[in-house]
Design a protein. Sequence first.
Length: 920
Amino acid sequence: MLPNFLPVALGLILLSPTLVPASCAQQAGTSWKLVSDGAVSQSPLRPALPEVVISETWDILGPFRLGTREAIWGADPLEYDGGFHNLPYDPNSTFNSALGTNGSVQWSTTHANISRSSGGQVQAALNVSFPAVNWAFMQSVYGWSALQYQAWARGVLEIKGSQPQTIALFGDGLLEFLVDGESYFGGDMFRYHRAPSLIKLTPGHHTLELRLTRDVRALGGLRNAVEVIFHAELRGQEPITLDQDSLLVSELVNGRIGSPWASINVQNNEEQLVEIKSICALKVGLFHHLTITAHRVSMQGPLRIAGHQSRPLIFTVLVEAGREPQFSVEVTYQTAGKSSRVICFNINLEQRPLSDPLRMTYLHPAGIVSYAILRAPPTKSCNISLPAPVILVLHGAGLEADSPQARGMLDATYGTCAWILIPSGVTPWSGDDWHYWGAADIQAAMSAIANWVKRTAWDGPPAALDKLIVAGHSNGGQGAWYFSTHFPDNVSAVAPVSGYTSIENYVPYTMWHDSEPSLSSVLSRSRSTYKHELLVGNLAGIPVAQQHGGDDDNVPAYHGRLMHELLGHTQWPSEYQELPGKGHWYDGVMTTEYLKDFYRTMVNQSSLARALPQTFTITVPASGVLGSKAGIQVDQLYTPDVNGKFRVARSLDRKTWHITTRNIRRFHLLAIYSQAELPEAIVLDKMNGTFQVDPTQSTESWFVRDAEGQWSISHDSIWKAEYQRYGRQLGALDGIVRTQGKLAIRRCSPGVEQVALQISRNFFQYFAADSEILEDCSGTSAEHQPGNVITLAIGQDLPSTAMESYPIRIHQGRLVISTSRSSSALPGFKQEYFYGEPGTGAVFLRPFPEERLELVVWGTDLDGLRQAARLVPTITGSGQPEYVVLGNRSRWESVAGVYAAGHFDWSWRISPGSYQVDPM
Ligand SMILES: *[C@@H]1O[C@H](CO)[C@@H](O)[C@H](O)[C@H]1NC(C)=O
Ligand SMILES: *[C@@H]1O[C@H](CO)[C@@H](O)[C@H](O)[C@H]1NC(C)=O
Ligand SMILES: *[C@@H]1O[C@H](CO)[C@@H](O)[C@H](O)[C@H]1NC(C)=O
Ligand SMILES: *[C@@H]1O[C@H](CO)[C@@H](O)[C@H](O)[C@H]1NC(C)=O
Ligand SMILES: *[C@@H]1O[C@H](CO)[C@@H](O)[C@H](O)[C@H]1NC(C)=O
Ligand SMILES: *[C@@H]1O[C@H](CO)[C@@H](O)[C@H](O)[C@H]1NC(C)=O
Ligand SMILES: *[C@@H]1O[C@H](CO)[C@@H](O)[C@H](O)[C@H]1NC(C)=O
């Protein structure tokens, strides 16, 4: 779980200069130089060159308490005093803090390590600790949650030279920072370096303020220091920057490319829109009067990048026989009102033997290019005429799938007749810890194998996608729990290694600000989709083998032991192997004799049709997101406040299933699954009579329970068009990433440009998700987008939704929530709540046609909108419900400053368990 930030250069080798046309300047590698005195030594020959300098001395204020992943809610105690930016350094002032001796903390100073590189880049490394706090004692009481604290640091950024400069800022380990009091929310907690904050600064001094939020999952629980690196880079003359390190292409086998999909990230350094118009591969030169052409590249349509935005440029590579593997690609682009320009990047197609783990690219459903490491089975040990099972391995947090460590994770099992698939999860943290975003990546990687087989002319056994053995390490072990409890019919066996059970169980939420219990329960419900401890029953019939190091100080063995204990109570025992004296990770941890044996046994089972117990229980998380189990596919729950349940008792001949349900409104049966045969008849909730099952029609036959509790069968799919909620519209607020196609961000009020940019940057940084910023707020522009939509609006500017009964609307600049309570409800509960105070912000999901979602980010004013925008998904575990109204006090009170929060039911009504109060 502890990240190890391995630098990954995806196959980038520069061409020798003689082959590169003049328009494609070679970029020199960056070499960093540590400057001990913090002063800038300028070359006397070039005094006019602009430079960016960061101060060595920093003022620190802290520490203050902070809950695990709580910072997105505000929760900054200094906001009560007007905000850190407005507090001048004063060694005499004290600030209340529950962590400080005598209940207070004071200012201090620290020194940053400053290093500079030749290319006009500077970085400041800060290592801040607070030795006066008795961390050991705090930890003995509160555990790791005591090490989740926050503090502020203030330094200076100086621009030298005579002209304003565009600089790129990267905040490694930061969730937010301020430049001259202007907030850049999002930062780069996990050190991806994908999406810089691009900003234009005048010459002179600028105040730089960093909010340090210590995250045990990123920094570990063995020390108490916060380590961050702030990195600034001058962006000179070039209007756009191509991020060479982000280049993603497939590897070659036998001169063939496994997939044509490729991408490279583009950063727009200008304040105006840039359009990438075309790309082409350059001729590589002349040889004996013959022009040597390169491989072919092409892109679809132009790519529009808003001012200071970063986006992936997606293209395809077609390999031509006999060409050099290294070639240059020329990108033609245009800034509004200027003539076209070109910029180049280089591709080196790496060739590997077919028996190696290989990089395979594919399209993620969100319209971006992702990759997995794929290793075809050894034909020697396989019966060529039978499809071979797939061993899927999910990597831990901070690990790139393309690193030698991840690539080689299963080397010692090579020889077993199985495909090995190591998906990237799109990012080293899989964007959302292998949940919606990561599972979509797994699905895309699985489907991509067939194309890879075709393109590489692989003639060994194809992949048996219905025989999937899921393994994972650490965060990936947790991902293996997620995947197997949420898509049980897709999984034949599961082996979580050093995995944790759920984020709340991993780094406890003790230090969160307290709020009303009914509000806390709304948040806890939002996180509960990933509370795997509650879903172990879904594993019935799936062999489970866990392995955990007895001395694991990163994910304690308690997690493995706990799941083993819980599974024991489901009548579906699991295997648990604890390795004495072993830690979290070591070479070969995924291929111990125990695990190799498990993989081999599972692969060789002649039929993976397992012994599904006669009686089993399916738990549907309250979000409603669950793949089929034993062919039962839930479509809708009655209320999102309670988990759904099916208790299935099969008759001895297995032809009749007696199903008892709780909170299930609609489900259907899926014939395509390998775990057990569908019944011929089912009896529901002990009703008289039985329903006959016709497997040929099962996907279009829905079992629906009415308000009186009577079940009926319906063959009409009209309900999907009637603003009923289903499919990818389910999930809490983070369901917005369940998009088919890139996201669209529409700006419906003037002045929201920076917020739109921030949301786009954060989606890109944290998920590698692409988004297009639309200036046109009309319904039509958004409806033509294939993917989910984020709408930004202030006051009355929010376009209404086509669904008339949708319960949240804007009336005279105020937000109105209509609850579904009847007028006879208890006094004190109302049918309508109004929110219009200055500084109020809100986020809420709305239905969009074709199974899509719209996420509205709204404010009574820009301040409120900015506050609400913090809740758009970035880091996991923050528990945003499906709608939230934030009052101004949440800036320091965190969730306690929330006026309303809750979830929508199957008909988009506010659920009874939701929370709303009047502001006062
Ligand atoms: C801090 O307090 C001391 C003693 O009262 C005083 O002499 C000093 O001027 C104060 N410093 C500041 C920065 O206010
Ligand atoms: C805490 O308060 C006591 C009594 O006022 C004082 O002697 C001590 O110096 C204070 N400690 C700190 C760290 O401020
Ligand atoms: C600062 O630099 C020194 C010397 O290179 C190194 O030992 C130390 O770990 C660095 N500190 C940080 C916070 O990077
Ligand atoms: C940061 O400081 C702590 C001690 O306070 C030290 O253990 C750690 O190695 C330092 N980290 C770096 C990167 O220098
Ligand atoms: C390979 O599988 C086919 C089809 O099941 C079977 O007929 C054949 O005997 C198998 N061959 C070997 C060598 O096991
Ligand atoms: C599960 O399997 C079904 C049927 O093959 C497939 O359509 C679906 O995409 C799979 N789901 C996942 C999450 O892999
Ligand atoms: C079930 O049958 C009994 C006896 O025929 C009848 O009284 C009862 O109303 C029936 N229940 C339902 C739900 O149809």
